[in-house]
Design a protein around this ligand. Structure first.
Ligand SMILES: Nc1ncnc2c1ncn2[C@@H]1O[C@H](COP(=O)(O)OP(=O)(O)O)[C@@H](O)[C@H]1O
Ligand SMILES: CC(C)(COP(=O)(O)O)[C@@H](O)C(=O)NCCC(=O)O
Ligand SMILES: [K+]
Length: 240
């Protein structure tokens, strides 16, 4: 089985065997050209010869059409995930026509009907969703730390910070530190606030920036890199 996750920054794929073990995996920045990147991967996918390709995409209809055209050249059946607010594993109060399918799949991959869970996706956007005994209650969307920094850079004259690391939430005494620490605090502070409003919800984090954020949160956070893949596999009801 081949699984594709087309995010706003990176294209990720996983090849799994018949018992669901990952035998190949890669995550690549697509630099706003995901269909072209995918084109360059088709030889490899042909060699892998999966019997099915399951796809999560948040890239929108126009790019999804391009992706379909590229994948159609392979002789392998493929299917895009569609959010189902009445899925047997999890119901949702969110508008299913609007909910990002990566967000939904991450929740589907994490959901446990015995628990209260807060699923935090740390990608191009940071998403925080609440699930109460397999009922999705809704959530929040924030620009990632990098998008926030880009917007300060482009929206101000005196802030010319475009690189540096996000490693502290203490107050800064230079522009560089004030920018990075303020931005990181905006996400960490939101997670702490939501976690204190919902003390009985387990905190689960996933996505490229999960480690950067999790270390400053004042409650224990479970980091799971397998959520989206697990959600894809549950959705297509294979191997798990
Ligand atoms: N401007 C940037 N500079 C460095 N890294 C970035 C920048 N923007 C995004 N990233 C990285 O890209 C990754 C995107 O995470 P990922 O979970 O793959 O998101 P998506 O699913 O939105 O593509 C993150 O690890 C983040 O650190
Ligand atoms: C919120 C997102 C941008 C997150 O995408 P990502 O950071 O994984 O690339 C994506 O799930 C999306 O485009 N959602 C649609 C809006 C919504 O979920 O309400
Ligand atoms: K993501």
């Amino acid at each position: 089985m081949l699984w594709l996750d087309l995010g706003n920054t990176r294209l990720k794929y996983w090849l799994t065997d018949d018992i669901g073990q990952i035998v190949a995996h890669e995550a690549k920045q697509h630099l706003q050209a995901p269909a072209e990147l995918l084109m360059g991967l088709t030889d490899r996918f042909e060699r892998y010869a999966p019997d099915f390709i399951g796809i999560s995409s948040v890239l929108g209809d126009e790019l999804n059409v391009k992706v379909s055209e590229t994948l159609s050249r392979l002789d392998i059946p493929f299917e895009f995930v569609h959010v189902d607010a009445a899925h047997p594993l999890m119901t949702s109060s969110y508008d299913a026509n609007q909910l990002g399918c990566d967000r939904w799949l991450q929740m589907l991959g994490a959901v446990d009907k015995q628990k209260r869970q807060c699923v935090i996706g740390c990608g191009t956007a940071v998403t925080i969703d609440l699930i109460d005994h397999a009922e999705h209650l809704g959530g929040y969307i924030f620009p990632s730390i990098y998008l926030q920094r880009d917007s300060l850079f482009s929206g101000t004259k005196q802030i010319t910070i475009s690189n540096g690391s996000f490693d502290s939430v203490g107050q800064g005494v230079t522009t560089q530190d004030a920018v990075h620490r303020g931005i990181l605090l905006s996400i960490v502070g939101a997670v702490n606030e939501i976690s204190s409003r919902h003390p009985n919800f387990e905190l689960i984090m996933t996505g490229g920036d999960a480690h950067i954020i999790a270390q400053h949160v004042n409650r224990s956070v479970r980091i799971r890199d397998d959520l989206l893949l697990n959600g894809l596999s549950r959705y297509f009801d294979h191997s798990k």
